[in-house]
Design a protein around this ligand. Structure first.
Ligand SMILES: *Cc1c(COP(=O)(O)O)cnc(C)c1O
Length: 368
């Protein structure tokens, strides 16, 4: 790996392939795999990640919004793309770019049928989402008959899949609740398919669901965080490889006397003669202010350097008093060790947040 000369997010495509194959090894051979590439593929680079996965014959993609699906089509993605949370104002664009909507309420279903018929569509593939306990998006079990009667009265749409989302698949203290969700989804999807007269694809599990609930894989699974190297448990993290490494460099070193302060609002006071390094990465790059004041730390030449004072927009200052290092040396924020999950914990958050927070200003570099 080349040493960083500026702030970069290094993306290891071989690690992605490893994770893809590891997750596939958990599935039956005929279970489809949907790769979730929303939010720039969890902060990495959706176009390159999706093209790489498309070459590995992934079955489906999902994004959150229509604009993300449009970007993938522009990047040459021809694999089906499920849009998890489309807004009706974008339905025409969605149809023009052959994106497939999740329809989760009567209002959204009606609006989609209207736009699809204006666009002279027949059998346009849609995905019906049910709420089984997350209480975020989705029809209720009691809506089945209304949806079915709408579907029987139109030829413009066809149901490609039925799905729901688990609320606590990573939390083994919530197994009872999760089993209830699985049961509820199976009952909804059975009755829906019976009334519909054909069998849509059924899918329920995210990464932790794949790992913890093999009986709930159904026809397809949806994986996001697992592809990027995290399994929401230290045990699973051992089998996965982090795809993203966030690196930077030391811009400047300062020697300060006891009682001097560092950074805005003089938040840090030196306890003696100390050495600090200034790193060109700040809250505008995704390192939130909650990592400041010695909560988070970076790694320089294998040693911990705590972030001192407040995180600035474009910089952080770290304590390097006991570290042998020079201006221009590489700095690791997260990667293999500590990984993004461990770094996130120091800021009281989770891998998902730190990964997706890395802003577009940070240059992406790819290892093939
Ligand atoms: C984001 C998302 C996923 C992916 O979840 P991971 O925990 O990252 O695997 C799956 N399904 C839905 C509906 C999502 O919104």
């Amino acid at each position: 790996m080349p040493k960083a000369k500026e702030t970069v997010l290094e993306i290891d495509l071989k690690a992605l392939q490893h994770n893809f194959e590891y997750l596939k090894s958990k599935l039956k051979s005929n279970t489809k795999l949907l790769a979730v590439v929303k939010a720039f593929a969890y902060g990495s680079d959706a176009n390159i990640i999706a093209n790489y996965l498309q070459d590995l014959n992934v079955d489906y993609f999902a994004v959150a919004y229509v604009s993300e699906g449009v970007a993938l089509r522009n990047a040459g993605i021809t694999t089906p793309i499920l849009v998890l949370h489309p807004q009706p104002t974008n339905f025409k664009t969605l149809i023009e770019r052959c994106l497939e909507p999740s329809l989760y309420s009567a209002k959204v279903l009606n609006e989609f049928i209207l736009v699809a018929s204006e666009e002279k569509q027949t059998n346009y593939p849609v995905h019906i989402k049910f709420n089984t306990g997350l209480n975020r998006l989705g029809f209720w079990e009691t809506d089945v008959d209304v949806i079915i009667s709408k579907l029987k009265n139109t030829t413009v749409i066809q149901v490609r899949s039925l799905f729901s989302h688990l609320a606590a698949s990573e939390d083994l203290n919530e197994q009872e609740f999760t089993q209830q969700q699985i049961k509820s989804f199976k009952s909804i999807s059975d009755s829906f398919s019976d009334k519909l007269g054909y069998k849509p694809i059924l899918h329920l599990t995210n990464t932790s669901g794949i790992i913890n609930y093999p009986d709930a894989h159904l026809d397809m699974v949806r994986t996001g965080i697992g592809l990027y190297g995290f399994g929401n448990s230290t045990e699973e993290d051992k089998h996965l490889k982090p795809v993203a490494t966030l690196k930077s460099v030391i811009s400047q070193i300062h020697n300060i006397e006891k009682g001097e302060t560092v950074g805005y609002n003089r938040a840090y006071t030196s306890k003696g003669f100390e050495k600090t390094a200034t790193i060109p990465i700040g809250h505008a790059d995704g390192i939130g202010r909650h990592y400041g004041n010695q909560k988070g730390h970076v790694t320089i030449n294998g040693q911990n350097a705590p972030i001192i004072g407040n995180v600035c927009m474009d910089m952080i200052m770290v304590n390097i008093t006991d570290i042998d290092c020079q201006e221009g040396d590489e700095v690791i924020i997260f990667g293999k060790h500590p990984n993004a999950c461990q770094f996130a914990e120091t800021g009281n958050t989770i891998s998902y947040e730190i990964l997706t927070a890395i802003s577009q200003r940070v240059k992406r570099m790819f290892l093939k």
